[in-house]
Design a protein around this ligand. Structure first.
Ligand code: PGA
Length: 263
């Protein structure tokens, strides 16, 4: 494949199950795979399916290396709204990933640029990320690469937009408590993952998804860089797919996928 593969499912449960199957296949094929994880509401069901597969002994994550896209700067990892907390609670704890194999950007580092460089080096020394899971912001961000991010950026400090801070206000008990700064993998970093798996559900994602898949490649819609990726899979529910102009074509292509290419 050398294109974005757009897969539209009837609802987010079906799309998440398919996403979990893609991850499961990777881990079965390569037990020491490096997986990149995302936070937010979108991947929660996919993580529940992975937890279920682990409980039913279909999947063993003991040799997997985990990376995460981003973390807030200056927030203690034990804070309930940190992405460390989110990952251990929703996935890493239940699937028993080894702590020494978990790599989440260190937002408490005294030297943030050095921590960013070390994060990049750790990705390289793990052999590179096999599958990077991504959500998308209403403004088209992936990771915390907000609009105007360099399309070749590496792991670095970013300042959140007011909209993104509002979107996270609930987790902090008030918009004003959301940190302004984060560490995020860059778009160049994300593009080096061998597979990118972008998930988007609900009508508020319809516009950024149409821009990402069918619009121009632009730093104003950071996810649009995925048009240049060799293997980007986009898993959507009907609502998130609603503004795609080539929707019938995507459905036809997926419906006629040769057996050997099926997930
Ligand atoms: P969400 O966040 O999954 O909570 O919608 C996605 C994002 O902002 O990247």
């Amino acid at each position: 494949m050398g294109a974005m593969e757009v897969i539209i499912q009837s609802d987010k449960r079906q799309a998440s199950l398919l996403g979990a199957r893609i991850i499961a296949r990777q881990v079965q094929k390569k037990p020491n795979a490096a997986l990149g994880f995302a936070t937010g509401k979108t991947p929660l069901l996919l993580y529940q399916f992975l937890v279920q597969m682990h409980r039913e002994k279909e999947l063993d994550f003991s040799r997997v290396t985990a990376f995460n896209l981003d973390e807030y700067i200056g927030l203690d990892p034990s804070h309930p709204a940190s992405f460390h907390s989110y990952m251990w609670q929703n996935l890493f704890g239940p699937i028993a990933i080894r702590e020494d194999k978990v790599n989440i950007p260190n937002g408490m580092a005294a030297d943030i640029p050095a921590a960013c460089r070390k994060f990049e080096e750790t990705i390289k020394s793990s052999g590179g990320i096999d599958i990077q899971i991504l959500g998308i912001g209403r403004d088209g961000h992936i990771g915390f690469n907000e609009p105007s991010s360099s399309l070749t950026s590496r792991t670095r400090i970013k300042t959140l937009t007011a909209e993104t801070r509002r979107d996270h206000g609930q987790e902090f008990g008030g918009d004003e408590k959301v940190p302004f700064h984060v560490i995020t993998m860059g778009l160049g970093t994300i593009m080096e993952a061998r597979t990118c798996l972008l998930l988007a559900f609900g009508k508020e994602k319809a516009r950024p998804i149409a821009q990402t898949i069918e619009g121009p490649i632009t730093a104003m819609v950071p996810a649009s860089i995925l048009q240049l990726h060799q293997r980007a899979i986009v898993l959507l529910d009907e609502e998130a797919a609603a503004e795609l102009t080539k929707i019938d074509y995507y459905r036809w292509v997926y419906g006629h996928k040769p057996d050997w290419q099926k997930y």
